[in-house]
Design a protein around this ligand. Structure first.
Ligand code: BTN
Length: 257
């Protein structure tokens, strides 16, 4: 493990631990959170046991993606914790857009799918696993992000290849991971410092691409379909079904783009 200096003085990215290989950056940060300062980042080239939402695996071979986790441990308003999950997807989208613009790459629409996946042309390019832990009675968040930088042919399973893609596939270019990471840290800091629940809900309604689209929602042992309507002030998804409006607090969503 080594420490990498991103030239960021405080907040997210002021302390970054880099590993060539790790089991999972989320798991490592969870185990070491009590001794790490606010904004600590753990970044790995490869994860042997990368974890995704809904107890899925996140395939994390070397040379393909960015795998990192961020620790937020102070200033979290308890009653709006779930909105952070939405806010982080907006920060990540803005960082990729900023990178694309500053490197003069061709513009492409990046879609957010509730709660926090990033898609381009119906293919997943990034996912997030946000876990809450309690340290000395305070809620802390571990924000784990997996971002596909280069195509995964030969590295990922067919199942993942079929539903995902990468930034290089869509934008070309030789993505400078450190530069992109720095932009992500900057966007996360901006989001965190200026966090306003009302503003996040407003912005998410604008930035998320699923409104009016047909979807299937997968819950524990149940699934139903409907139309993506909106989020409420807690960030929960509202889906219009034949039996009325259903609220989804957590679940997995398949969207017809
Ligand atoms: C998803 O299922 O879409 C979420 C995937 C989250 C993957 C990232 S990679 C870095 C961090 N460490 C993990 O074990 N998972 C997250």
């Amino acid at each position: 493990m080594q420490e990498v200096d991103f030239g960021i003085k405080s907040g997210v990215g002021h302390k970054v631990f880099y590993f060539d290989v790790i089991n999972s950056t989320n798991t490592w940060l969870k185990e070491h959170a009590a001794g790490c300062p606010e904004g600590t980042v753990v970044w790995a080239e490869q994860q042997l046991d990368g974890r995704g939402r809904m107890n899925r695996r996140w395939e994390s071979p070397s040379g393909m993606g960015l795998y990192f986790s961020v620790l937020l441990k102070s200033k979290l308003p308890n009653d709006h914790i779930s909105l952070y999950s939405l806010a982080v997807s907006i920060a990540l989208k803005h960082a990729v857009e900023r990178y694309v613009e500053s490197y003069n790459l061709p513009a492409k629409t990046i879609d957010i799918k509730w709660p926090n996946d990033l898609f381009i042309s119906g293919k997943k390019i990034a996912g997030m696993l946000i876990e809450a832990i309690t340290i000395e009675d305070k809620i802390c968040l571990i924000i784990g992000i997996g971002l596909n930088i280069t195509p995964g042919e030969g590295l990922l399973s067919d199942e993942v290849i079929n539903i995902s893609s990468s930034l290089t596939y869509f934008f070309g270019g030789n993505w400078e991971r450190r530069q992109l990471l720095k932009m992500i840290f900057q966007e996360l800091n901006e989001m965190y410092i200026g966090f306003s629940p009302e503003e996040i809900v407003k912005l998410y309604r604008k930035e998320c691409s699923i409104w009016g689209h047909h979807c299937r929602v997968y819950l524990d042992g149940e699934s139903f379909s409907g139309e993506c309507l909106d989020i409420n002030d807690k960030g929960e998804l509202l889906v219009k079904t034949s039996k009325g409006i259903r609220k989804v607090i957590s679940g997995s969503l398949e969207v017809k783009w």
